[in-house]
Design a protein around this ligand. Structure first.
Ligand code: DOR
Length: 457
């Protein structure tokens, strides 16, 4: 009998304690040893010579559209895209139909995910004026990564926009709360600009920097009064990044690879409504300031804001076209290319997509390569030169603004709890994804959602 289930041999480990050559030995889904396992036996051995091994990469913002939007995406296709892109876990958003705003809706998503999701997962619950009193209990249910609050409207009808309501939501629980910060009053006031202009670059006028900054300032002020930690999603402007740098004690920061890669006006000239997202892609001066935030440690995590819409929907004339673009599968290829271009180090990227999510959200057993942790490993070839091809994309929406983009750096294998679920572009085995576990979650047995053992935890 082999000593280990899996050995990943000869790679360079990238984790909280730095970068260096080491083999990783895995038993029962967990890392059993890191070091020289050159002579040890294992049921499966992966040769990682010349490759880098990251803790499994986590995408903390995806919209997988199930239930209600399956022609755009479902939990199977979205999570297949994730593992093809080297992502081992996702936090999924609540603006589905129906929205994830009740215990029943959360339980429904967890049931749908079982046996169909390829990666580990957790679901945000949405705040609405109608469920504020239940949020404190909802956010602590197993499989929930926390509360999502839309201060400005986007896809779907989740919205909590007024100061008094936002303050009530902030007082209603304890976990870090994820917020879409655009000021609803300003968005309503300015929508006629988009209607009158009727071209996609007008998205910048409608949902301008002031709309984002105003909401972020209001949010931070309310969070300070409530003593509640907030997580500002997809920060898009220079002024917000500047402002948030001063409030790291209470606010954490996400940016998307799209906002770090694309810039206006070129993206609208090239992709039209297919580059339309909320908050918008702005000009290069904003993009440069976001990169400064990445370099200076203001940014805590990256989220792809994977938001698929069908081609037919996106082809509608602006502004009837929906906002959002897919991104879970291209997050790592784009960011590895940025590593190769010298915009951030591989260690910093690891912190943004592995350690950062674990630290901010209190993930158990994920986010570092260390003995006892789950053997979630993203294997990357930093030297591989590839072109993002339409045929490689698994998202049901079937498009990406990054098709035909050449990158250097590519995820070559995705390993979840010691099982190889993707290798060289092939999805392997079964959809083994399980719910993520969080420090501030109630034990499953306390909530009556079944004993831990029943769930294989
Ligand atoms: O562009 C966006 N699309 N931003 C969001 O906040 C929501 C997302 C979606 O769900 O389509």
């Amino acid at each position: 009998m082999s000593a280990f289930d899996l050995i990943v041999r000869g790679g360079t480990c990238v984790s909280h304690d730095g970068i260096g050559p080491a083999d990783i030995a895995v038993r029962d889904g967990r890392i059993a040893g890191i070091g020289d396992y050159g002579r040890a036996s294992a049921a499966t051995v992966i040769d990682a010579v010349g490759l880098h091994l990251l803790p499994g990469a986590i995408d903390t913002q995806v919209h997988f559209r199930e239930p209600g939007g399956e022609p755009k995406e479902d939990l199977e296709s979205g999570s297949r895209a994730a593992v093809l892109g080297g992502i081992t876990a996702v936090f999924e958003m609540p603006n589905t139909t129906p929205p994830t705003t009740t215990p029943a809706a959360l339980a429904d998503k967890l049931a749908r995910a079982r046996g169909r999701m390829w990666c580990e997962h957790a679901f945000f619950v949405g705040a609405t004026p109608g469920n504020i009193v239940e949020l404190a209990a909802l956010e602590r249910l197993p499989g929930c990564c926390g509360v999502k609050l839309f201060m400005g409207s986007s896809t779907g009808d989740l919205l909590v926009s007024g100061d008094a309501e936002v303050a009530t939501v902030l007082r209603s629980g304890t976990r870090r709360i994820a917020v879409h910060a655009e000021d609803e009053d300003r968005l309503r006031e300015r929508r006629p600009l988009a209607v009158a202009a009727a071209y996609p670059a007008a998205h910048l006028e409608w949902r301008d920097e002031e709309a984002a900054l105003r909401a972020t300032r209001r949010l931070v002020a309310l969070a300070r009064v409530a003593g509640r930690r907030v997580h500002v999603l997809h920060v898009s402007s220079a002024a917000e990044m500047e402002y948030l740098a001063a409030w790291k004690d209470i606010a954490s920061v996400e940016v998307t690879p799209q906002h770090l890669t694309l810039s206006a006006p070129e993206c609208y000239a090239e992709h039209g409504t297919f580059a339309q997202m909320n908050p918008p892609i702005r000009d290069a001066s904003h993009r440069d300031r976001l990169w400064q935030g990445v370099r200076e440690g203001v940014v805590d995590v990256l989220g792809s804001d994977h938001a698929p819409h069908t081609r037919a929907e996106k082809a509608k004339p602006y502004p009837s076209s929906p906002s959002g673009m897919p991104g879970v599968q291209t997050l790592l290829p784009l960011m590895l290319d940025h590593v190769n271009a010298g915009r951030l180090s591989l260690l910093r990227l690891m912190d943004l997509v592995c350690a950062g999510p674990a630290r901010l959200f209190g993930l158990i057993g994920k986010g570092r390569l260390a003995v006892g942790y789950d053997a979630d490993i993203t294997v990357v070839d930093l030297r591989a030169r590839r072109t993002i091809a339409a045929a490689w994309l698994a998202s049901r929406c079937g498009w990406s603004p990054f098709i035909d983009t050449a990158v250097t750096g590519w995820p070559t294998a995705t390993i979840i709890r010691g099982q190889v679920v993707m290798r060289e572009g092939e999805v392997l085995g079964q959809a083994i994804g399980r719910p993520l576990r969080f420090q501030e979650t109630l034990a499953p047995s306390i909530t009556g959602h079944g004993r831990a053992a029943d769930k294989g935890w």
